[in-house]
Design a protein around this ligand. Sequence first.
Ligand code: 9MR
Ligand code: 9MR
Length: 580
Amino acid sequence: MKTFSTVLLILTISLCCNCSSSANQGITGGELSPDTLDRILVNQVGYLPTSVKIALLRVKANTFEVVDVSNGKVVFTGKPGPFKYWDLSGDSVSTADFSKVITPGKYQICLTNKAVYSYVFEIKQGIYNDIAKASLKAFYFNRSGMEITKEFGGKWARPAGHPDTLVFVHSSAASAERPEGYKISSPGGWYDAGDYNKYIVNSGISTYTLLLFCQLYPEYIKVFKDNIPESSNKIPDVLDELLYNLRWMLTMQDPNDGGVYHKLTNKKFSGFVMPVKATDTRYVVSKSTAASLDFAATMAMASRVLSKSAFADLKILGKNCLDAAKKAYAWAKANPAIYFKNPSDISTGAYDDMEIKDEFFWASTELGLAGNNPKLISAKEISEQKISVPSWDYSGITGILSISLSENPEALEYKTEAQKIVLSFADKLVEKSESSPYKVSLDFFKWGSNSDVANQAIIKFVAYKISKDKKYLSSIQGDVDYLLGRNATGYCFVTGFGGKRVMNIHHRPSGSDGVTEPYPGFLAGGPNTIVLTDCPGVTRSSFPAKSYTDAMCSYSTNEVAINWNAPLFFVLGAMDALNK
Ligand code: 9MR
Ligand code: 9MR
């Protein structure tokens, strides 16, 4: 026991000396026990100079210090707030507000005479630029049917996989014109997640989210580049990236009747092998009402965004998207209750939305806005939508966001109502983040909980766009801080960033490429208690905010997905745009 405390004392002293010395990187994760570093939770990437900056402390201290790691000098001393218990994390934290530190530099928060430290973070103009780029680049890394070259992928270069130029119509999708076994070509698009399949429902919401970004930040996207093969053309990279998926989506529509296949998939999930080695036969499976509606809504939104483009071929593509949207919508109207269920021989992701009134609302709304036909928008339906964040299975709020930002003069009466809904939702989220011990709005933990944090931030960004009220920005900062380390697990949830990094995402290329670091820029799904048994032998916390494990087996907490990276990119890109 005695020896143990002596060791601890020595460790403490050496930590103290390190932090206050001129070691210009400060203390890194490798040199400290994670427990020590987890006692102070901080956004491990950092802050814009003028933003609100709040760390969370898990130990009692009378004061906290902000130390400049380049010279060990204390630049700020503050008093922590009171401890507050969070029943979702099962622990108590107090706030350490150091918003007054505005000088660019690298810092650590230190406690108790510099015995306890945080990870190093940075204060800098443009701090979110690199991570925003990486979070968009993740889509490039997940492209199906394309080689990732060294030039654009660095050490994550890989041969192309899944050309999908020979795809079979599954019996569940057979029609007179396209019977079972009929061959189609459906190349391109993004892999959904850590698996190699492509699902229309999830592609729809992900592509929509990037389109909404383009609509909201038209100037920013003109200058934003993430070094992809298309970067040398004149089209913004965000648009180029989403077009890669949009063009694939168009191939998923049956030209004979306008119906849209639910997914393009293997029969079962492949093993953890590189794309080029995952050569199981691919099928398009069952047309569904939800897929057709999500497709219709996304294509209609695309037509609005592309109609603004300066490029003639994109304008034409926009018109084609609107036609495709109308046909898919007509199919859904004629087939209003084809709920997707995996056929008995298919076991990949289902995205089986059983409540699709909101998808009908979203699709008709988008068609109303895009086709200049506001009669398709219904005030009654607007008032009936649930107030909840967007997700693959909930599109009510998505339609409302679109109306609230619409420039269509004929939609004005609906716009006022939609804006009220967005503002009141955002206000509730802000109130929650202000009273929450962890300073976030999140108070539920689903599969992909981190994406709910990012989607809540999107609601606040839209509210900010409508009102210009800065209170939304402070609350958004809390969401960003959460994702980048100020959460109950202490992880920075974006691969390739932060002091406490996620290393073992459930992502087939990352798990089979032989490179130690995972593909960068991906948002890990995040804590939840939905499937506690995904990693045999690993016991996860029963507190949802802590129930996360950075292990490849944890598909329920550590997978990645396009519908999670899309809001991640939205939020980081919007933060970066604020700076411009
Ligand atoms: O690897 C699969 C992942 O991509 C899916 O999101 C997840 C949920 O559908 O399922 C994963 O596959 C697991 C399967 O569901 C159960 N057995 C273990 C598989 C993971 O290796
Ligand atoms: O995000 C989906 C989550 O809401 C579901 O609960 C879960 C199980 O059905 O599936 C998630 O989506 C996965 C999809 O089915 C297959 N690709 C990976 C997705 C993320 O885990």
